[in-house]
Design a protein around this ligand. Structure first.
Ligand SMILES: *Cc1c(COP(=O)(O)O)cnc(C)c1O
Length: 226
């Protein structure tokens, strides 16, 4: 009995905390709750608090979570996608934010065609050019965007970027500015509404610099264990 009482109390506290964060974010900015390491109960509480978009990094975990908490929200893939997982990804997710090559785009397009679905996708850009980071290098982004925009079963709706980790979130600002510039340049290739950038430590700056999607974990759910 005691653990249940505890879980219920913390669920309510979690809802209040998430509602407070949502309150300070402009209505035209979409909040994607980054659900990695969180339980289905925590994510369900986030949905009760007003979250409408859930992001997950992993196909398999997202499938289980979606089965547990349902379809009342839009599921975004925000982690790297391997081509051999494309088949499952196109049913587990409603938006794929991490298209980072023409080969991956082709694989996802083929899987979408097979099930008669058209998926909105974002092109992940490695804006800081770090060797360790996924994403298309900015000089290649135009060509990859044009390729993706030409595929029948994908709808290119924006750019996503992680940015390099910086000690002072203010240092992220120049990366966000660069992403915004690229986003504007690429509107000639495809008219794209969404720029997904900014996480818990940087989302206010990202919104200042033109983010339309922010991906938030810690500030909603608390620190990740481990
Ligand atoms: C975990 C994660 C986030 C959220 O990170 P926080 O710092 O916890 O807000 C955003 N985007 C991606 C791709 C992530 O993996």
């Amino acid at each position: 009995m005691a653990p249940e009482t505890h879980a219920d109390t913390s669920g309510t506290a979690l809802e209040a905390r998430i509602a407070a964060v949502l309150d300070e974010i402009p209505d035209d900015v979409t909040v994607v709750a980054a659900a990695k390491t969180r339980s289905a109960d925590e994510v369900a509480a986030a949905i009760r608090a007003g979250i409408r978009h859930v992001g997950h990094n992993y196909v398999q975990e997202a499938e289980a979570m979606r089965a547990a908490i349902g379809h009342d929200c839009t599921w975004h893939l925000i982690g790297h996608l391997q081509r051999n997982k494309a088949k499952r990804a196109v049913t587990a997710f409603d938006v794929i934010e991490t298209i980072d090559s023409t080969r991956l785009a082709d694989a996802v397009n083929r899987r979408c065609a097979a099930i008669g679905r058209t998926l909105p996708v974002l092109l992940e850009v490695n804006i800081a050019g770090e060797a360790s980071k996924a994403g298309v290098a900015p000089p290649d982004a135009g060509a990859v965007a044009a390729h993706v925009a030409g595929l029948d079963h994908l709808r290119l709706t924006g750019l996503m970027t992680m940015g390099a980790w910086t000690e002072d979130p203010e240092d992220a600002r120049s990366q966000f500015k660069a992403a915004r510039r690229l986003f504007e340049e690429l509107q000639d290739v495809a008219a794209m509404p969404d720029l997904s950038m900014g996480m818990s430590d940087s989302f206010r700056i990202a919104i200042d610099e033109g983010a339309t999607i922010v991906r938030l974990g810690t500030v909603l759910f608390g620190p990740r264990a481990g």
